[in-house]
Design a binder for this molecule. Structure first.
Ligand code: 2BA
Length: 108
């Protein structure tokens, strides 16, 4: 059993989650925030059998697209970042996926 943590763009998350669900996967959506851009993204939790990890990755690749995104104004980021320390644009996504071994899954 594996747990996939997939960090995806908010705009892709509904279609990706719907496609995963249609294919029989169980999905949990978390509202998360990227530490660099400090803007909202979505983390999908998908628990599945080892042999189905490839299918999950294929579905995510189909629905999660790459975007160029401008960082927010440095004024909104707090004291950590100085003017000029951010690039004008960064490439975000399609999906950042962590695949984790699961020792046990129980539903009580
Ligand atoms: P953010 O942290 O807001 O990062 C947005 C994009 O900014 C990243 O896209 C990357 O292009 C750039 N970026 C992030 N950190 C950077 C740094 N220290 N220096 C230079 N550029 C940086 P992605 O790599 O596609 O990541 C999209 C989102 O996925 C991230 O949003 C974060 O929420 C998550 N993520 C990506 N890699 C991660 C990791 N190793 N651990 C935890 N979360 C990660």
């Amino acid at each position: 059993m594996k747990l996939l943590l997939a960090i995806v763009n908010n705009d892709d998350s509904a279609r990706a989650a719907a496609a995963l669900t249609e294919h029989g996967f169980f999905v949990t959506k978390l509202s998360t925030t990227g530490g660099f851009l400090m803007v909202g993204n979505t983390t999908l939790l998908i628990g599945t059998e080892d042999e189905k990890v490839g299918e999950v990755k294929k579905i995510l690749a189909k629905y999660c697209t790459t975007r160029r995104q401008a960082p927010p104004p440095t004024e909104s980021l707090g004291r950590g970042m100085k003017h000029g320390s951010l690039p004008s644009e960064v490439t975000v996504g399609g999906a950042t996926v962590f695949v984790i071994n699961v020792e046990e899954t129980i539903k009580i």
